[in-house]
Design a protein around this ligand. Structure first.
Ligand SMILES: Cc1cc2nc3c(=O)[nH]c(=O)nc-3n(C[C@H](O)[C@H](O)[C@H](O)COP(=O)(O)OP(=O)(O)OC[C@H]3O[C@@H](n4cnc5c(N)ncnc54)[C@H](O)[C@@H]3O)c2cc1C
Length: 414
């Protein structure tokens, strides 16, 4: 039976990068096992099929989950600048878009995947698809990887099986059990970067299709916990767009806790400044429609919905706005409490929060602290990033470090 120096389980972004990095380091016996019929399904789905490869500024603060120090050290080991150079060397030039996101110049996620597969092929990585690894055991210095009737042997194993989001893509959480069989623990996975569900009776659900810049804030135990200011999209079931997706992990994590979610529909105003502006208009005796101010900042349908929720007639003029009406309008516009009923879930989550705790992995090498020769990389770990290319950067950084280190360790054994 052939014994591979390195067996990589999972052919997504982290697995492909680990395979290339190991082979580039000189390892000439790398096998990549992919359960699906092809590698990199999520790469193809990503960024609206454009693949947001990385970001102009990637910092530990852009991630949740494991310790910021661990994340910082890993990102330092293979930086966003190194990602850009790496892809350029593979023939994929990246372009920077205004929000700081990098995409391939031709806007095709397939260019990213094909370049990775081409490089892996050139480096003679054995890509073995339709091979889901069900069990991994270690004895007498070798790992045995079982897939149905087949048993593969490897000196080192890199686990890059991803998380649980979009399970139809192949990442169904099965990789966690493989890690657990070596004593690893699991921070309970939950969906992140997923739309937020509102109660059906919430009149905001009637605004489906409207997009505005907005600020969402979670108050936890009465204190401001987290804010997300970005584009917000209303849908028939609730809220989507980056502002909602970025805060969704905390909505989910704190769903049974004393946490409240508020929206400011006009983030250029705070409760106080909006209130002050309206008071000035009232004092001046303006006979302008109050609605006209809201129309300057918001689509008419949303402005009218705010008046309806606040129970203020839409033909109200400033001079006749009562104190009570002013308070209601400002509260709804700048600090409206959303009645959520959770998030969309794993089937429509761009990433999984939770996973294998980073404390069980050495940041210098991504090697398990519990099993020599076992390495972990990518979304399987308890780290999830914001929208903007951060999750791929995590996959590239951890994949690169794991591949490089596993190859060095494998070379020592000869
Ligand atoms: C719709 C969507 C859009 C996204 N857009 C972006 C974006 O633009 N930018 C960004 O940064 N991030 C984006 N992400 C997140 C990003 O795709 C992931 O964070 C990243 O792909 C994780 O890489 P990974 O290699 O760790 O895991 P995955 O990409 O999930 O790969 C894991 C692989 O392992 C395989 N596998 C699992 N178990 C086994 C097993 N037992 N045996 C063999 N193979 C196995 C799976 O089939 C899969 O191919 C998006 C995600 C989604 C779902």
């Amino acid at each position: 039976m052939k014994v591979y120096k390195i067996g990589i389980v999972g052919g997504g972004a982290a697995g492909l990068m680990a395979a290339i990095s190991a082979a580039q380091e000189g390892c000439n016996s790398v096998a990549l096992f992919e359960g699906n019929v092809r590698c990199g399904t999520k790469i193809l789905m990503s960024g609206g099929s454009r693949c947001n490869v990385t970001n102009y500024s990637v910092k530990a603060e852009d991630f949740f989950g494991g310790s910021k120090n661990f994340i910082k050290n890993v990102l330092h080991g293979f930086t966003d600048k190194m990602t850009i150079k790496f892809f350029e060397e593979l023939g994929v030039k990246l372009k920077l878009e205004p929000a700081g996101k990098y995409f391939p110049e031709d806007d095709k996620a397939s260019s990213v995947l094909h370049a990775l597969l081409r490089r892996a092929g050139d480096l003679k990585v054995n890509i073995i698809v339709s091979t889901k690894i069900e069990k991994i055991e270690f004895s007498e210095g070798l790992f045995s990887l079982t897939s149905g009737e087949n048993i593969f042997k490897a000196e080192k194993v890199i686990l890059t099986t991803g998380g649980k989001s979009y399970p139809t893509s192949g990442s169904d959480g099965g990789g966690y059990s493989l890690a657990k069989s070596f004593g690893h623990t699991l921070v309970t996975p939950f969906p992140a970067l997923t739309p937020i569900l509102l109660n059906e009776e919430d009149s905001l659900t009637k605004l489906s299709g409207v997009t505005i810049p907005a600020r969402l804030t979670i108050y936890y135990k009465g204190k401001k916990h987290i804010e997300s200011e970005n584009s917000l999209l209303f849908t028939h079931f609730g809220l989507s767009g980056p502002a909602a997706l970025n805060i969704s992990r905390e909505v989910e994590r704190l769903k049974n806790e004393d946490a409240k979610l508020f929206v400011n529909f006009i983030p250029s105003y705070s409760f106080e400044t909006l209130s002050g502006y309206l008071k000035d208009q009232i004092k001046s005796g303006s006979d302008r429609l109050v609605l006209s101010l809201f129309k300057e900042h918001l689509p008419l349908s949303l402005a009218e919905t705010i008046f309806s929720i606040a129970k203020v007639p839409i033909d109200k003029k400033f001079y006749s706005l009562s104190k009570e009406e002013l308070k209601c309008l400002v509260t709804v516009a700048a600090s409206y409490e959303l009645k959520t009923k959770g998030v969309r879930g794993f089937n429509q989550a761009e990433v999984t929060a939770g996973g294998i705790p980073v404390g069980e992995v050495k940041y210098q090498t991504m090697e398990s602290k519990l099993q020599n020769g076992l390495f972990l990389a990518g979304e399987i770990l308890d780290v999830d990033g914001l929208i903007g290319g951060y999750n791929f950067q995590w996959a590239w950084s951890t994949g690169f470090i794991a591949g490089h280190s596993a190859a060095r360790e494998a070379a020592k054994k000869i």
